[in-house]
Design a protein around this ligand. Structure first.
Ligand code: SIN
Length: 188
C-alpha cells in the first residue's frame, strides 16, 4: 500500500455510524453496481460461532447504487488504519478497490470491505422473516444484532438513502418487537 497519498475508504454498514478510526474528511458517497444485503454471517461481532447473526455485505446489482459514507485517511496513518480495519472486518470480508462517487459528484478511488459469496461465513439470501428472526435472537461481543439493524436504518435515514431491503427488515423487526402487524410500519 502506498503511504504518501491519502486514501478513501467506503463504509456501508457499521462503518457508517461507528468509524473507530481517524479521518480528515467524511462525506456521503455512493457505490454503483452494488446493493447492500444482510447476507453475511457474524460469528464475532453480532453473533457467536454457534449462533451467528447477520450483517451486511455488498452484492453485485447492475443499475443499483449503494449509499454510505466515505472517509479520507491521511497518508501517515493509512497502513495502521487498514491493519486495524482488516482485523475488525476479519470474518470473511476482503478489501476491494472500487471507484466511488462523493456527494459533490467527484469520482475517487476507494477501498471497501466486501464479504463475497465464497467466504465460509456467507449465509446468502433468505426470506425477510427468516433474516429478521435470526437478527432478533442474535447477540455477540459488539452488541445485539437488532441494534446493528436499527442503527444502520437510522444512519441511512440521516443520509436520505432509500434502501428497501434494510427498511423492510427494520419495519418487520419493529412490528415483531411491538407485536403489531408486519405491514403497518413498512417504509418504502
Ligand atoms: C462496512 O461497514 O462498510 C462493512 C460492513 C460492516 O462492518 O458492517
Amino acid at each position: 500500500m502506498v503511504n504518501d497519498t491519502p486514501q478513501w475508504v467506503f463504509g456501508y454498514g457499521s462503518l457508517i455510524w461507528r468509524p473507530d478510526f481517524e479521518f480528515i474528511e467524511a462525506v456521503p458517497a455512493a457505490l454503483s453496481g452494488f446493493a447492500r444485503r444482510f447476507w453475511q454471517g457474524s460469528h464475532d461481532h453480532r453473533g457467536l460461532p454457534e449462533h451467528p447473526g447477520r450483517v451486511v455485505t455488498l452484492v453485485s446489482a447492475p443499475g443499483e447504487t449503494c449509499v454510505g459514507m466515505a472517509y479520507l485517511i491521511k497518508p501517515e496513518i493509512v497502513q495502521h488504519t487498514f491493519e486495524r480495519l482488516d482485523y475488525r472486518e476479519k470474518n470473511g470480508y476482503e478489501r476491494w478497490r472500487h471507484p466511488l462517487t462523493l456527494q459533490c459528484g467527484r469520482s475517487v478511488d476507494s477501498l471497501v470491505y466486501v464479504a463475497p459469496k465464497h467466504n465460509p461465513a456467507y449465509l446468502g439470501h433468505a426470506d425477510a422473516d427468516i433474516i429478521v428472526h435470526q437478527i432478533l435472537r442474535s447477540e455477540g461481543p459488539s452488541g445485539s444484532n437488532i441494534s446493528y439493524l436499527l442503527e444502520l436504518a437510522t444512519a441511512l435515514r440521516r443520509l436520505n438513502a432509500c434502501d428497501k431491503h434494510v427498511f423492510e427488515l427494520e419495519s418487520l423487526a419493529r412490528s415483531i418487537m411491538n407485536k403489531g402487524s408486519p405491514c403497518e410500519n413498512f417504509i418504502q
